[in-house]
Design a protein around this ligand. Structure first.
Ligand code: DQQ
Length: 462
């Protein structure tokens, strides 16, 4: 079963539990990415930092754990964080969580670790903790965690997420040397109960905040004021997947100036399904973030993902006249790029993915341009009883007269979808049948929607 469902070209540890991406950094010509990992079980717990490196952002080599909890210091988990270069020395900033008074809700501390052997091993600073809650006293912040550090005009900044009076908040600290930190201000407070894994960065002419509010991840773009507070001018959803597909992303500035992002693709949709026992959690493909001229945030698969294209697949026929086009393309590790040209009153149309020959199993990506909605219908995604069947729904803005461009990635138990490079939806699905590998296109009003382009590739890390 695992073989039918384990993703092939997405980064994941060999075994056991993985969650948030951590500490992305470019060092000596290689990209390093860390992640929350439980080495002992396929469920959350005993959180270490897993470590992988890559020359091309898509093919990864696994390295020994970077961080393990220091039991002698009362540390139970090494929660999420970031990595920066201090001159030539890579440093990790992360949240250290223990038991009793050191619990995650009100006793977490921010710690630092560094490497002097080219990131093979990491040493925790003797001066830890770098920061305790006393730094922002008398503010009462709960769930204070997930430091994100960057340098701006010669000064270091750190944002940390949390909850203030029941509302998600992001605090900002400053440091001249990464050693001594001073609390500056509350950068932002929103309406959600918590903000985990905040990322704050300049993109084009704006500042962008991304935070994980215990639900679908949000982004805001706006101005960073002189007093350190952030004034958002617009808000959106990073990916409609939420717990069903996408959470806790981490962004990273590439040497060439691109802002890339990885997210954790959780298994919450798996429910009590017992067909997979030895792994849980997948890393998304890298996405590039761009601030468009109209001020909206755009998301595209990083250019490097094209190097996964092992074989271009030729579809059979090419007609939607009957309302269903069986493309003849089959596979569980695919990229598909399709452009639709809908006309007025086009009804619902889209793609059936990972479907069995007679559609006993199917995951249906549905577009409804009249209502600016799209969804991943999972009602028949799996013959198994346990996985979640609820549709994952999102909205987008369809401009009449324009093509709707869809690029999507299928990898065994996941689908990552990009619509017009502006709206993303990632979903987890668990098709059981070995022949659930079909790709078809459907339209409720076949005469009113045309397929102006269709391309597909088999993807492989080899
Ligand atoms: N996961 C980490 C926390 C973070 C949460 C713990 C988000 O640091 O807030 O594994 O998924």
């Amino acid at each position: 079963m695992t073989d039918l469902l384990r993703p092939r070209y997405h980064l994941m540890p060999e075994k056991n539990w993985m969650n948030d991406p951590n500490g992305a950094i470019y060092y000596n010509g290689e990209y390093h990415l860390f992640y929350q990992h439980n080495p002992h079980a396929a469920e959350w717990g005993d959180i270490h930092w897993g470590h992988a490196k890559s020359k091309d952002l898509v093919r990864w080599d696994h390295l020994p754990h970077a961080l393990s909890p220091s039991a002698e210091s009362g540390e139970l988990h090494c929660y999420s964080g970031c990595a920066v270069l201090d001159g030539h020395v890579p440093k990790i900033f992360y949240t250290s969580v223990g038991s009793g008074a050191r619990n995650a809700a009100d006793g977490a501390e921010q710690w630092m670790a560094f490497s002097t052997d080219g990131m093979t091993t990491w040493e925790k600073a003797k001066t830890n903790p770098v920061l305790t809650a006393a730094s922002h006293s008398p503010l009462d912040i709960r769930e204070w965690r997930d430091p994100f550090v960057w340098k701006e005009d010669g000064l270091w900044y750190m944002v940390v997420g949390g909850s203030h009076e029941g509302k998600g908040c992001v605090l900002v600290h400053r440091s001249p040397d990464l050693a001594g930190w001073t609390y500056w201000t509350m950068l932002f407070r929103g309406d959600d109960p918590i903000f985990e894994c905040p990322n704050f960065f300049r993109l084009g002419s704006k500042w962008v905040l991304i935070a994980s509010p215990g639900d679908r991840v949000k982004h805001w773009a706006g101005e960073w004021n002189e007093d350190g507070t952030f004034t958002p001018e617009q808000e959106g959803i990073v990916d409609f997947g939420g717990w069903d597909g996408y959470y806790a992303p981490l962004t990273f500035l590439c040497p060439a100036g691109r802002r890339l992002m990885w997210g954790w693709l959780p298994e919450a949709s798996r429910g009590s399904f017992a067909g997979i026992t030895d792994w849980a959690g997948v890393m998304s493909l890298p996405r590039e973030l761009i601030l468009a001229e109209d001020g909206t945030l755009r998301f595209a698969p990083a250019e490097e993902t094209k190097s996964l294209r092992a074989l271009q697949l030729t579809p059979a026929g090419w007609t939607l006249e009957s309302g269903l086009w069986r493309t003849g393309i089959r596979g569980r590790a695919l990229e598909i790029a399709v452009s639709f040209r809908p006309s007025e009153a086009c009804g619902r149309f889209g793609l059936k993915l990972l479907h069995s020959p007679s559609f006993e199993e199917e995951s249906v990506l549905v577009f409804d341009c009249q209502n600016n909605r799209f969804s991943l219908d999972r009602a028949k995604s799996s013959l198994a009883e346990e996985p979640r069947r609820s549709a994952i729904e999102g909205d987008f803005v369809y401009a009449p007269g324009e093509d709707l461009q869809v690029r999507l990635f299928v990898d065994h138990s996941l689908v990552e979808v990009f619509v017009n490079e502006s709206h993303c939806l990632t979903g987890r699905i668990y098709p059981l049948r070995a022949d659930s590998d079909g790709v078809s296109v459907f339209a409720e009003q076949p005469g009113r929607v045309e397929i102006s382009d269709f391309q597909a590739w088999e993807l492989s890390m080899e």
